[in-house]
Design a protein. Sequence first.
Length: 429
Amino acid sequence: MTNDRNAREQYPTGGWRAHYVLIVCTLLYIINYMDRQVFSVILQPMKIDLGLSDAQCGLASTVLIFGMAFFSFPIAYLIDRWSRRKAIALMAILWSAATFATGLARNFAAVLIPRFFVGLGEAGFVPGGTAMISASYPKERRGWAMGIFHIAIPLGAAAGVILGGILSVTYGWRTAFLFFAVPGVILGLLAFFMKDYKTAEQPDTAGGIRGFFMALVDVLKLPTMRWYYLGLGIAVFMTSSFLVWLPSLMMRMLHITEATAGMITGGIGLTAIIGAPLGGFLADFWQKRNPRGRMYIPVVAYIFGGAMLILAVLTHFSYLGIALAALFGIASAMAMPAIAAISQDVVPVAHKGLSMGLAIFAQYMLGGAWGPYIVGFVSDKLGGGAEGLGMAIMLCGLFGIVAGILFFVASRTYPEDLQKVKHETILAE
């Protein structure tokens, strides 16, 4: 009788409800990256208009990442104990309002504060979205679903720089922020209608500060996740710095406008669309044939991507250099579906949101938050201009190679940790 009741209450996977979750979350993720990446293409005109240094421009990007990193896992912990769909909806509306406020800035502080709140709003989205999508599809299709979800990264980044560059040249750099704020509010309202799963009961970590730290211990006691978080932080140092500074590097190196730089950067980003679904497919395919297969995707992707980034800068973004940069984008996108799926594979149902929240915290606090500022700082110390910024960005490629090695270390314990949660069931709300 109990087994029949559990079967009826089990959260249904697949079907139109799952697709609705995937579509809304993917579109929100696109807007997320548009709001984030548009900042890179307007850096140069904003710098001139407001009289900022490279370090200040880098800090304005870093503070957004701090907002994401600092609040990611406490918000994710609350999401696991409240409602993922409500949190996603409210976070989308918050970051969209902060994006709008960025377009009204008249000084450095007025840029800095809204960018922090953009990061705060985005902090709750990825943990909730990842948890909902992974629960909405069966395990054997989890990599595929995450591959579709992570198409949003190159799509959003490309749309942000292309549309942002055009709007900046045509109407001024402020217009891009005002324009991009609207769709986030609309999609945030649609998120209220997603089908959520039942919050898992876990008395030992049910609430309060003590429960929060016990939940952290539950996740961090897994050897796979400790190496995973460290590798992710190192990898995102590379990718976040590249995304923020590439348009400015091209403007300095090729003497082009922000619109042209945005078109080239967007084109590179669009080629990365190949990477996300390919990485998701390969993660599922390899996992069926090797108990560590899903872990090997970020190993290969980050080592190869780091090498391509270094070579792209060395060629001064000639036609060959742009092709190498595109290969870097494809490789980086390939890693993300596997990384998202792994964050859900080896943790209890009660901690799925927290696990992804920790991933966001790690990827930024252990690397990504510092990347844009450090690259700007190193560029200033090396004399700025194309040469100084180019050398600073090349250093990022080395971080990718180190990240690949750390994911290889994490792969050694992945099969054992995966077995610990194989019998857990996700129930319907």
